[in-house]
Design a protein around this ligand. Structure first.
Ligand SMILES: *Cc1c(COP(=O)(O)O)cnc(C)c1O
Length: 404
């Protein structure tokens, strides 16, 4: 008799995903990430990427990456603090700091490590974190790693956040108020002016994760702090180089001493190798484009407004989205995954998202338009969405001839 595998319990879990209709096979991208991409041998309209400005396959970024590889090779050879800090790493940090109007910036390997590494480095057991219930997983993990007490406030509810801060008045320990700028599943914008006021009133550290707002909101895509005119009032701004910037990485912006502290204490910075030259050079090229081609961001918003208006006209429930992230709510996770699969068969890629990524009963497909989708592609996407939703009973078929 063969011994049972000690990992057999995981096979049971995977089986339960299949039974529940939430099992996902990874789709294989066989072309560059573009408005029309090829996945699993099929050309589809891609509404599932974070490539907001179309930079992931931009000739200038590709040329910069190739030139940097020719000159500097494919790897940095070490973590930043040992011998892996290249001149271009420092140049990118200075460039981002100037762009964001802050004293200093540190670049991490990803947005995930930027959040997790920062929160865990600056707080400890005695401290308190006041965190929006829909904050990104990387923030949640950073909070847990810090071992500080976590006080979750109702989504986008600044009054609840303030009440949590008020209840902690006089309690020892530092307080950190933390929120996403734009929420990745719903596409709504956090109530930042009210949160910043609450943080100031109670002397809390204010931290904003602008992963989905950099390159999208604010002048030339400077993010939510710029969008709301909050310069100088937000202690910690996180951004990613993996979404609108089109490459890979995360960054943290703030005061010079705060960034110096992270150089000494943020564990992903200390214990994980720095970006290869191709990545850093491509990011630098992306900031040139942000500064010199604001028309890309205008095109992104024109497409966003058009697509949202048409979805509403068709009768889809798009929740509380205010940005290019537009969910279409369908209820159960199983429905969302079936809808996504049927859309793919009909030529459209939009991810199905269910519990536990979003609350039970709030499953959705998520769509993200980009600056580079043409009007014709968006019209085709809308036609596929309408036809598929009607055939599945997600959208009601209007009776002919009835004016309502
Ligand atoms: C995507 C995302 C991250 C992680 O960024 P990566 O660079 O992909 O690791 C962090 N925070 C939020 C809100 C995100 O949406």
């Amino acid at each position: 008799m063969s011994k049972p595998s000690p990992l057999a319990y995981l096979s049971e879990q995977v089986e339960s995903f299949r039974a529940g209709g939430t099992y996902q096979r990874l789709r294989e991208l066989e072309s560059p990430c573009e408005p029309i991409s090829r996945y699993d041998g099929r050309e589809v309209i891609n509404l599932a990427s974070n490539n907001y400005l179309g930079l992931a396959n931009h000739p200038k970024l590709k040329e910069a990456a190739i030139a940097a590889t020719r000159e500097f090779g494919v790897g940095s050879g070490a973590v930043r603090t040992i011998s892996g800090t290249m001149a271009m790493h420092m140049e990118l940090e200075r460039r981002i700091a100037a762009f964001k109007h802050v004293e200093a910036c540190v670049v991490f390997q990803s947005g995930f490590t930027a959040n997790a590494g920062t929160v865990s480095a600056i707080l400890s057991k005695e401290d308190h974190i006041i965190s929006d219930e829909l904050n990104h997983a990387s923030i949640i993990d950073g909070c847990r790693l810090s071992r500080a007490k976590i006080h979750v406030f109702r989504h986008a509810d600044a009054a609840d956040a303030e009440a949590k801060l008020a209840a902690l008045e006089g309690v020892p320990g530092r307080k950190l108020l933390i929120t996403d700028g734009v929420f990745s599943m719903d596409g709504d914008i956090g109530p930042l002016p009210a949160l910043v006021e609450a943080a100031e009133k109670y002397g809390a550290i204010m931290m904003i994760d602008d992963a989905h707002s950099s390159g999208v909101l604010g002048r030339n895509g400077r993010g939510t702090v710029d969008h709301f005119g909050l310069h100088g009032r937000v202690d910690i701004q996180v951004g990613t180089l993996s979404k609108s910037i089109g490459v890979l990485g995360g960054y943290v912006c703030g005061s010079k001493d705060f960034i110096e502290y992270l150089y000494h204490r943020a564990r992903p910075f200390l214990f994980s190798t720095s970006h290869p030259p191709a990545v850093t050079a491509a990011c630098l090229a992306a900031f040139d484009i942000l500064e010199n081609e604001p028309e890309r961001i205008e095109a992104l918003w024109a497409n966003t407004r058009y697509f949202k208006a048409e979805l509403a006209r068709l009768g889809f429930d798009t929740g509380r989205s205010e940005t290019p992230i537009t969910p279409i709510l369908v209820g159960q996770a199983k429905t969302a995954h079936a809808f996504s699969a049927a859309l793919f068969e009909n030529g459209l890629l939009a991810t199905g998202i269910g519990f536990p990524t979003v609350a039970e009963g709030k499953a959705r497909i998520r769509t993200i338009v980009t600056a580079t989708h043409t009007r014709e592609q968006l019209d085709r996407a809308l036609e596929i969405l309408e036809r598929t939703a009607k055939s599945m009973g997600i959208l009601r078929v209007q009776p002919m001839g009835v004016v309502g």
